[in-house]
Design a protein around this ligand. Structure first.
Ligand SMILES: Nc1ncnc2c1ncn2[C@@H]1O[C@H](COP(=O)(O)OP(=O)(O)O)[C@@H](O)[C@H]1O
Ligand SMILES: [Mg+2]
Length: 244
């Protein structure tokens, strides 16, 4: 079953920057899809379009076969969670517990149901011990896990993650990768952490200058040195180590 279908979309920012140019691909249920590309290649813009926060200048996006309109976007957002690159954009309540409860409360669930969603999400992200802490006092890695718990508490079918490992120390990064690896949600992960792509993604799209350069199975795509360099990327360390 196709979750998202992106057909020939283009996007230019109001200042005239052409961020995306004629992109087509689809995301099927159960996919764990990496979107890899150098800075400025258009990854975040693409996720914002998929969330319906930006409107394509050309082409179209469908969600379960329905073209994006107000109703489709509303029902898509009930089932889709976006993890922002900077968790500070996502966390704003006085305690971790309250922050994770914010989404489920907005769904109008009973306090019992909210509490059980929060407990479950804190457990899945292994941060029960942070529940009473203030989000702004946490480390970058902890903040990312809290933001992820906030997504999980909504029980989304699909998660879109924007550079989830950027700025994390190796231990937080490993923890995050293990958690992502365990979920059975459909996931789209924008990143230049190619070792994470090797670890958790089955498929990867390589973006360069707002275009899709390739779309294929991991690890095949990631192992061609010349090709990866031409896209502003380096081989994943684990692959580079093997070939030298
Ligand atoms: N708000 C904005 N206004 C104008 N240009 C932007 C804006 N946000 C991003 N861009 C430009 O769009 C292109 C794609 O950016 P982005 O989607 O953030 O790439 P990535 O997430 O891969 O680093 C870049 O050239 C960037 O400078
Ligand atoms: Mg980005």
């Amino acid at each position: 079953m196709k979750v998202f279908e992106i057909e020939k979309i283009c996007y230019s920012y109001p200042d005239g920057t052409k961020a995306l140019n004629d992109l087509s691909f689809s995301v099927s249920e159960g996919d764990v899809l990496g979107i890899a590309g150098a800075n400025g290649s258009g990854k975040s813009t693409l996720l914002m379009l998929m969330m319906g926060c930006l409107i394509p200048s050309g082409g179209r996006i469908t969600y379960y076969g329905k073209s994006f309109d107000r109703d489709t976007v509303r029902s898509m957002r009930k089932e889709t969670g976006l993890l922002f690159q900077d968790p500070d954009d996502q966390l704003f309540l006085p305690t971790v517990w309250e922050d994770v409860a914010f989404g489920p409360r907005n769904l109008g669930l009973s306090e019992n149901e909210v509490a059980s969603r929060v407990e479950e999400a804190l457990h899945a992200t292994e941060i029960e011990e942070l529940s009473k802490k203030a989000p702004w006092k946490l480390s970058g890695g902890e903040k990312t896990l809290v933001a992820l718990a906030g997504l999980f508490a909504m029980k989304p079918k699909t998660i879109l993650l924007d550079e989830p490992t950027s700025g994390l120390d190796p231990r937080s990064r490993r923890r995050l990768i293990d958690i992502i690896g365990k979920t059975d949600m459909t996931a789209v992960i924008a990143t230049h952490d190619l070792d994470m792509v090797l670890d958790v993604c089955k498929r990867v799209i390589i973006m360069n200058n707002g275009r899709i350069e390739s779309d294929g199975e991991v690890p095949g795509v990631l192992c061609d040195i010349e090709y990866m360099r031409s896209c502003g990327l380096e081989l994943p360390l684990s692959v580079a180590g093997r070939s030298s």
